[in-house]
Design a protein around this ligand. Structure first.
Ligand code: C5P
Length: 275
């Protein structure tokens, strides 16, 4: 059988409001997700050996803590099998920086749920897929669909929105990562809401990492129509209507991890995901 390939797209959060702490320890959110073309490429190949994940990036976990592994186990259970997972190698071409608030791990998980289903000819119902995704992480259900969508509750109750007008994102990833769990804990210590900032986590992250506020200011100065922290960071993005303006801003901000990438519609995500 031919290998199954999947593109796992990154996201940015056009808006992120933390509405409070939930009884389950998570935070009640209202967030607008937006897909961007920056993507990891996953290749699933059947083998006669054990289950393995391969990646050139040595900091990428390849053990059973990886959400790709967990997604494989979920699909196997949905197929009715009780066997340990085996007989597949997943090669990951990692382009989405980790601990950046770009949803790389969650996106890999959603792409893997679909890819394992194809590989093993399992056909979970949309509800089963959605449930499996939510069990893997709060952002994973969003990545089953992509595009522009509102997320409520933990971010896993989704309302698809009309796609935003096509735009170009300049994504700047500082040389440190932010743990999502930690960022929410910072918010708990000093819940703050500044209506002129589109992400409620930006203030608490920028307090520990002032470069975040500097990057947002720089992107605004370059003419971005929206500039913000993405998710819990550390990535900061600026949106531009014109590619040339985005490229000019990226040149001015010049850093080793600066990307210029278009936003993606839901239809484009669907079309490109399995290529
Ligand atoms: O669901 P996921 O594993 O991606 O979330 C990582 C961490 O982020 C959670 O353990 C939790 O501490 C925090 N989180 C939260 N509220 C959310 C989403 C995530 O507190 N809505």
């Amino acid at each position: 059988m031919k290998p199954v390939t999947a593109h796992a797209f990154a996201k940015i959060n056009l808006e992120l409001r933390v509405l409070g702490l939930r009884p389950d320890g998570y935070h009640e959110l209202r967030t607008t997700f937006q897909s961007i073309a920056l993507a990891d490429k996953l290749t699933f190949t059947r083998t006669r050996g054990p289950f393995t994940i391969e990646c050139d990036d040595p900091s990428f976990p390849t053990d059973n803590t990886n959400l790709i592994w967990k997604a494989g186990e979920r699909v196997l259970r949905l197929s009715g099998s009780r066997d340990p997972i085996h007989g597949v190698t997943v090669r990951v071409e990692k382009n989405i920086p980790m601990q950046a608030g770009l949803g790389g791990g969650s996106s890999n998980a959603a792409a893997a749920l679909r890819a394992f289903s194809r590989l093993w000819r399992v056909t979970p119902s949309p509800a089963e897929l959605q449930h499996a995704a939510a069990r893997l992480g709060a952002d994973v259900p969003y990545f089953l669909h992509g595009g522009t969508a509102l997320g409520f509750h933990r971010g896993d109750l989704l309302v698809p929105l009309d796609d935003m007008d096509p735009a170009w994102a300049v994504v700047v990833v500082p040389d440190f990562g932010v743990s999502t769990k930690e960022a929410f804990a910072w918010w708990d210590q000093s819940p703050r809401r500044n209506p002129s900032v589109s992400n409620d986590l930006q203030g608490v992250v920028a307090k520990r990492h002032p470069v975040v506020a500097r990057l947002v200011r720089a992107l605004n100065k370059e003419g971005a129509f929206l500039a913000s922290l993405s998710g819990s960071g550390s990535a900061v993005f600026g949106l531009f209507s014109r590619r040339s303006d985005a490229q000019a801003a990226a040149r001015t901000l010049a850093g080793p991890r600066t990307f210029v990438t278009p936003t993606l519609t839901r239809a484009a995500c669907r079309r490109l995901a399995a290529k």
